[in-house]
Design a binder for this molecule. Sequence first.
Ligand code: HAS
Length: 544
Amino acid sequence: RSIDRRSAEMSLAYVLTAFFFFGIGALAGLLQGLVRGGVITLPEWINYYQILTAHGVLMGLVFTTFFIVGFFYAGMAKTITLPKLSVKLGWLGWVVMFFGTVMAVATISTGEASVMYTFYAPLKASPWFYIGSTLLVIGSWIAGAGMTYAYTQWRKQNTNQRSPLFTFMVMATLVLWYVATLGVAAEMLFQLIPWSFGWTDTVNVVLSRMLFWFFGHPLVYFWLMPAYAAWYNCVPKIIGGKIFSDSLARVVFILFILLSIPVGFHHQLTEAGISEKWKIVHVALTLGVVLPSMMTAFSSFATFEAVGRAKGARGVFGFFKKLPYGDVRFFAPFMGMLFFIPAGIGGIINTSNQMNVVVHNTIWVTGHFHITVGAAVALTFFGIAYWLIPSLMGRQLTKGAHRAGIIQTLFWTVGMLIMSGAMHFMGLLGVPRRTDYTTYMDDPLGLSWMKYETLMAIGGVLLFISAVLMICNAIYLWKFAPVGETEFPMAENSLEVRQQTPRILENWKVWIAILAFLILVSYGYPIYDAIVHAPPGAPGMKTW
Ligand code: HAS
């Protein structure tokens, strides 16, 4: 095994659980695509919004969080080793997360929680759904505490040293996660749970949506930052290169800490109850949070170019010919990177106030998040899984597994291109998101959309095939691949290089203080306003 046995078993438990729930989420996604495309109808006892919620919760919240925690623990064990207490907290976090997920999934299955992954009030779910989701978050805090403990111990023993880049990235992501989840925790504890138990009669909808997006936008960077951690640390090692710049990579993560949270209103640009002035502040900061991704694109290109030229590449783009496309550990994340180029352009369109009016609440937005989290992030996670699982198990990533992985990646890539391409196009025609199958009473306009809905369903089928292949490959690498070694690719800088990185970048107090200031400026008054001048609360609509 590439890391110690106790840490490996715990990390593996997270990764395998992630793929278990990913499988159920993928099935819900397939059904949803086929229903919307008019290919199948659901039996009476299943509701479209039930599978929409299952798909969103399982893919967006459960698969991602389990995978991220597992990957982070493994990477920390590789770079700084984990004390016993961290491993124990890791297991405790897993139990709480698992238990919470089962509760949430159970309420979705009984139809008592068809409120989608955004929990939009005044749609009302069973309190046990909210409690289950809260436990998922609390479990991730416990797991995060385990990693934070390992980090603080390491710093005590290595005073004045910059931490390894991967560990630094884990800590930056955790700082973001702790602060961001305070928003959703407040929404759950003070609003949704008391209201769904019937202890309060109404809910302040404006406030609940604000609190959700306080969490909801940084959530997307909580998905992205682990993928970036792999792009900065693992991909360079796989292709035989080095980390382009230690300082640049750290600045990127600090920028995410500062700018991911005070931007939530870009999800609410068309909503009443928030003044235009505050929306513009959030839009301006959103354009700031594009910067770390631009820097990542720059440094990824630079790494590829350096490797290609070292292998004798000529011409401006000749280095692309020298990259190892036959290696699934590179090929899958590389496909993700390609998706992220149009995805980023789409994000900038979304946040541009006037253009948001055109795309908001259309299926364009669904297309956007399928090529961000569903492609750039998911493909990177698949690429990681191909080396992480055998490396933790002490097995080999065989040539056959590489080939199977590339086929699986191609299915995902083509399926996603078709599905999200259709979604983006339909969005521009005005097709709404979050709708069941409908031809709008056979309106000619509604009927004219159907061919694209069918195309979307075809993309969904390819994605489902890919998901099944992924799970089969994961099981093979976990249980059946030949015993042996698989490299844990981590392009760490030498201590000498790390020490040249400005010390302030690891001074968390400074960054948390600036973040608190930005949050106060961007959210302080709007939240106060939403509480003090709240319109009459909504009584709520039970979803069952
Ligand atoms: Fe977003 C809605 C704006 C990034 C996810 N987003 C969503 C929703 C989700 C989501 C889930 O402003 C829907 C929520 C819902 O249910 O309502 N988003 C942005 C912006 C960015 C952005 C400005 N989003 C993401 C990421 C996500 C994600 C990342 C998940 C992981 N998004 C919005 C807005 C909305 C929104 C509005 C609300 C819309 C509405 O009205 O409802 C930026 O962070 C994007 C910056 C990205 C770049 C790209 C850099 C490119 C790189 C690749 C390099 C490639 C290489 C390969 C090296 C600038 C790093 C080269 C090889 C070659 C051969 C060329």
